[in-house]
Design a protein around this ligand. Structure first.
Ligand code: UDP
Length: 364
């Protein structure tokens, strides 16, 4: 009977792993012999960055928790590698499945491959070309030792082909984060209390920021916040603040009657706000995908993206990190003259099923 070990560590991993677990559980209910272990690396461990997602997305409690949070990039990578190697030696699987581009993705794929265990990477092949992003390094290293590449787009397939990956190891399956979005959409819920009670559908913005390029330098963060407040015509701007961003933002002391700095929200609450927003301002990759599928205008405050399909086919625009760029884009959103979602191939809610079917052809 095959044993699969699934790895999740940080917020954007939980949405990607949930539908895979549900697809594996479905196979088990159908009588197919397989086992899986869920390993939480502990990279994010706060209730509002981790625990709540297990509950809302119906993810079973992890079989192991590696406690690998905190520290520098290298300290975290090393701690997770060591603990995951022990996990693999105690419960040697046939395959380790990693998702996305966080430190845990990189660390666990290295530990697995060095023990000669096969690695599957979900969301393989996407590239921003920007090596100043830790995520880009995580993607490149992971894909250099991956056995099974599960991809979200034709662009990712081409990146892998160009890197010499044989065609039979590239599986274009769609997007597991969108599986979760479509499955959970009927359960989205409006958060209650201040400031949510005053929000009118289509009459507020949602923003998220956590990339070092935007939040680590206080002066550029201040300019960015000022440009956002200048360009949003006094509409409420709801900003669930990522722990990475909180310290600098507090130090800046930026305040405005329409700016609502709040703690990170649960998945169902956050996506309810996104679904009914006038527009989204973000530097998150996942949020651009979700906003696109929900046909909500989205501005990405970055100079590059690894998700170009959200621009060509989705509702996303790459604004750059220069605050001066923002005004015209915000004006276009306010004038309701934004592009519409055209549909992205295979982002149909069935990516995880496809992945599990392919894995079961290889391991049985
Ligand atoms: N998200 C959430 N609550 C929030 C902000 C984001 O549930 O307050 C979700 C969002 O819907 C998406 C994911 O978190 O599914 C994105 O995570 P993050 O921005 O941390 O990662 P990235 O996509 O940039 O890698």
């Amino acid at each position: 009977m095959p044993l699969f070990t699934l790895v999740a560590g940080a917020r954007p991993n939980f949405m990607k792993i949930a539908p895979l677990i549900h697809a594996l559980q479905k196979k088990q209910r159908e009588g197919i012999a397989l086992e899986f272990r869920l390993v939480h690396t502990g990279q994010h461990y706060d209730k509002n960055m981790s625990g709540d997602f297990f509950e809302q997305l119906n993810i079973p409690a992890p079989n192991a928790n590696l406690g690998g949070g905190g520290g520098t990039q290298a300290e975290q990578t090393a701690a997770i590698m060591v603990a995951f190697e022990q996990e693999l030696m105690a419960h040697r699987p046939d395959l380790v499945l990693v998702v996305g581009d966080v430190t845990s993705t990189l660390a666990c794929s290295i530990s697995a491959k060095k023990l000669q265990i096969d690695v599957a990477h979900v969301e393989a092949g996407i590239r921003s070309g920007d090596l100043s992003m830790p995520e880009e390094i995580n993607r490149m290293v992971t894909d250099s030792i991956t056995d099974h590449f599960f991809t979200t787009s034709e662009i990712a397939n081409n990146n892998l082909r160009n890197a010499g990956v044989p065609e039979n190891r590239i599986h274009f399956v769609g997007n597991t984060m969108i599986d979760t979005l479509l499955a959970q959409m009927p359960h989205f819920k409006k958060p209650v209390g201040k400031p949510f009670d005053q929000l009118q559908a289509g009459e507020y913005f949602v923003m998220t920021l956590h990339r070092p390029a935007n939040v680590d330098n206080e002066e550029s963060l201040r300019e960015l916040m000022e440009a956002i407040l200048d360009g949003t015509a006094g509409l409420p701007v709801v900003f669930p603040v990522h722990p990475r961003t909180a310290k600098n933002l507090e130090r800046l002391g930026i305040a405005a009657p329409n700016l609502h700095l709040i703690s990170p929200l649960g998945y169902l609450e956050f996506n309810h706000l996104v679904q009914h927003a006038k527009g989204i301002i973000t530097d998150s990759g996942g949020v651009t995908e979700e906003a696109s599928v929900m046909n909500v205008p989205c501005l990405t405050l970055r100079d590059s993206t690894e998700r170009a399909e959200t621009i060509h086919l989705g509702t996303n625009e790459l604004v750059g990190t220069d605050p001066k760029n923002l005004g015209p884009y915000l004006a276009k959103i306010l004038a309701d003259s934004w592009k519409q979602y055209k549909g992205i191939p295979l982002w149909d809610g069935r990516a995880a099923e496809r992945i599990v079917d392919i894995l079961l052809q290889h391991y049985h």
